[in-house]
Design a protein around this ligand. Structure first.
Ligand SMILES: [Zn+2]
Length: 78
């Protein structure tokens, strides 16, 4: 038996989509992310950037979040 890992760490139990490619914001290269990676270094340029899917929502960091979430006061009429 060579299996000594926790099943949660075993990529054999991961579903499609748990590993995905993010475009490096610095150079445009594809960087492979695992779902539990907090951040990854681009192999092309060495740029270190965070996993956008790890956050609860993009609103924490995206400067366009107000538009994305429909919170723009110009479109919301209470
Ligand atoms: Zn890069």
């Amino acid at each position: 038996m060579a299996v000594t890992m926790c099943p949660g760490q075993n990529t054999a139990f991961w579903r499609p989509g748990d590993i995905f490619e993010i475009i490096c914001p610095a150079c445009g290269a594809k960087v492979e992310f695992f779902k539990d990676d907090a951040r990854r270094k681009c192999p092309g340029c060495g740029h270190l950037f965070s996993n956008p899917k790890l956050n609860e929502g993009c609103a924490k960091w995206c400067r366009f979040a107000d538009k994305c979430l429909g919170l723009n006061p110009e479109v919301r009429k209470d």
